[in-house]
Design a protein around this ligand. Structure first.
Ligand SMILES: C[S@@+](CC[C@H](N)C(=O)[O-])C[C@H]1O[C@@H](n2cnc3c(N)ncnc32)[C@H](O)[C@@H]1O
Length: 304
């Protein structure tokens, strides 16, 4: 009887608060869409309008230096039928450097390696160097795709890859983190690896504070009850992957780098909904694990 009364009170309260909750939700979504428009103008900026923090031309040595140490070795060992996808490639300099005769990567397959690479960017940042390199290589050995975000490509359009990189590209910029990683992992072959990085996040061991006093971490995840969850913990709750996270404290701002190796096909990503997005280079983002995710079985994964 007592429980029935409590249940009735909760029902009445939920019904009374529902219009306020849905109003708050609509306002939140509207704000996110407004900020997404500002973000789009950063993508489309040209010449002197490109914000200082929007770096589009990192070279291959910068990728090797920033990403987990296995990346350089994996790239060197790609066989003749190997494929590399760089998400959020900007000008695609890292890919161009890989095919340069003076590349920092010594390909075990020799210079005749037929490795294929695909660069994806929302906006077209190709330079004359891109066109010259593409003309020198076999048809379609390097491809530059633009005009839409990663999520909008099908696997048929892109194919599958042994290596996927994202150096301050879509993983740092998307407003839908779980859908982004779901798509990325669907494009990885089993045993392939995704290499990425995030700036200014709560590290795996939880010992750091946000880099800028008074500001939140740049990317945050909340549990359904509002408590915080580390990015690394969320990644480790994805099934069929092995995840290694490494915090680089000395960087300003500090970064956490990730190697996500796909070990089987049955990948399930705990779904997140965006609750905050503020345009920037990269944007400030907060996501919340949906209720259903907490009820779903957690797949424990051991770190290699
Ligand atoms: C700051 S630039 C980084 C470029 C390059 N990785 C570098 O380090 O020089 C960000 C890049 O990510 C791309 N980007 C952002 N969100 C994306 C998404 N959801 N899908 C594909 N590309 C995205 C942008 O279009 C741009 O090419």
């Amino acid at each position: 009887m007592k429980n029935a009364n409590i249940g009735m009170i909760v029902l009445v309260l939920v019904q009374a608060l529902w219009p306020c909750l849905s109003h708050a939700q609509a306002a939140q979504n509207k704000k996110i869409e407004e900020e997404a428009l500002k973000q789009e103008s950063i993508y489309q900026s040209r010449g002197g309008d490109v914000p200082e923090g929007y770096v589009i031309g990192r070279a291959l040595p910068a990728y090797v230096n920033a990403l987990p140490s296995e990346f350089g070795l994996d790239l060197a060992n790609l066989g003749a039928s190997g494929r590399w996808l760089d998400i959020g490639a900007g000008e695609g300099q890292a890919i161009l450097d890989y095919y340069s005769p003076t590349s920092v990567i010594e390909k075990t397959g020799g210079e005749n390696s037929k490795v294929q690479s695909v660069a994806i960017s929302i906006e077209d940042r190709r330079t004359s160097r891109w066109h010259q390199t593409a003309a020198r290589l076999d048809a379609n050995q390097i491809r530059y795709l633009h005009g839409k975000s990663l999520r909008e490509y099908t696997t048929q359009e892109l194919g599958k890859f042994q290596i996927i990189t994202d150096l301050l590209g879509g993983f740092s910029y998307t407003k839908d983190l779980s859908k982004f990683i779901e798509k990325t992992l669907s494009l990885l072959q089993v045993n392939g690896s995704f290499y990425s990085i995030l700036q200014d996040v709560h590290s795996e061991n939880g010992s750091n504070q946000p880099f800028y006093t008074g500001a939140p971490f740049l990317t945050e995840i909340l549990n359904p009850d509002g408590s915080k969850m580390q990015i690394c913990t969320w990644l480790k709750n994805i099934s069929c992957v092995q995840v290694r996270c490494e915090f680089k404290e000395g960087w300003k701002p500090p970064v956490e780098i990730y190697r996500v190796q796909k070990v089987c096909d049955n990948v399930t990503v705990p779904p997140l909904k965006p609750v905050h997005f503020m345009a920037g280079t990269p944007p400030e983002r907060r996501f919340q694990l949906s209720n259903s995710a907490s009820a779903a079985p957690v797949h424990n994964v051991t770190t290699p």
